[in-house]
Design a protein around this ligand. Structure first.
Ligand SMILES: [Zn+2]
Length: 264
């Protein structure tokens, strides 16, 4: 079954969190940059400031009612993603899926309509993932990955937006970065790269690298379900605040950093 067939089958029905998206995919595309970046064309939402905290009697389950979020677990199927077997029992695709499922469940509890690009070990084309964000007019697409580096020194999470990111994408990234810090999770800051799932559709989009599988401590933690749950909760916190248009917390130590040197 291809992605497009699947989209027709489910139409705009947002069944959370178990809607499946089945398609074909290329390997290791997360690391492929687009030669011709496309601007995110969604106009930046006007700032309609809401209180930082909801009224005490607000039902948590209604906080983000009506908002649509697409949660994308990176890689899958024949594409394991980053995997250094000496450091990590699990391949990146499995770690990503665990975090994505926790994130989807947490966002659903806040009332958002959440869709997963995959909820199983499926191989899905990157463009199909991006197409789903466009077709479903999501308020945010969030792609979950784990990182790798040539050496073993790099550690901590990174938050990516595309080079021509909209104000909405940048706001979502800053909320997620801030949520990581509130949760006591290391975050190396916000970076820009034209990954397919960020740049090949016009909707707000963020990609989170949840840690380095090439770093012994990061790899050990990412293999721990409790740590993955902490990551999922932190991302959900940031996404919820983005959806609620809460003010961006000040983050004096982490301005946007330079583009990443992508590893093929
Ligand atoms: Zn990845």
């Amino acid at each position: 079954m291809t992605c497009r067939k699947n989209n027709r089958k489910y139409g705009s029905a947002w069944i959370v969190p178990a809607v499946l998206l089945l398609a074909g995919c290329r390997a290791s595309d997360r690391h492929v940059e687009l030669p011709s970046p496309q601007a995110q064309t969604r106009p930046a939402p006007q700032a309609a400031r809401r209180p930082a905290l909801p009224p005490a009697d607000t039902e948590p389950s209604r906080l983000t009612a009506g908002k649509r979020v697409l949660v994308d677990a990176g890689h899958g199927g024949r594409d394991p993603g980053a995997w250094q077997a000496t450091l990590s029992k699990l391949p990146e695709k499995t770690i990503n899926l665990g975090i994505a499922r926790g994130l989807a469940a947490a966002l659903q509890r806040q009332g958002a309509a959440v869709r997963l690009t995959r909820s199983e070990d499926e191989f899905i084309d990157l463009q199909d993932r991006a197409d789903l964000a466009r077709q479903q007019q999501v308020d945010l697409m969030i792609s979950v990955h784990a990182n790798s580096a040539p050496g073993s020194n790099a550690s901590g999470a990174e938050v990516y937006i595309c080079r021509t990111a909209s104000e909405a994408s940048e706001r979502a990234a800053r909320q997620i970065e801030s949520a990581f810090k509130r949760a006591g999770l290391a975050c190396r800051g916000i970076r820009k790269a034209n990954f397919v799932v960020l740049a090949r559709h016009p909707r707000p989009a963020v990609l989170v690298e949840c840690g380095f599988l090439t770093h012994p401590d990061d790899a050990r933690r990412l293999n721990d379900p409790a740590f993955r749950a902490r990551i999922a909760a932190a991302i959900a916190d940031g996404v919820t605040r983005y959806l609620l248009r809460e003010p961006i917390p000040t983050s004096p130590t982490d301005p946007l950093v330079a583009d990443r040197q992508l590893v093929p």
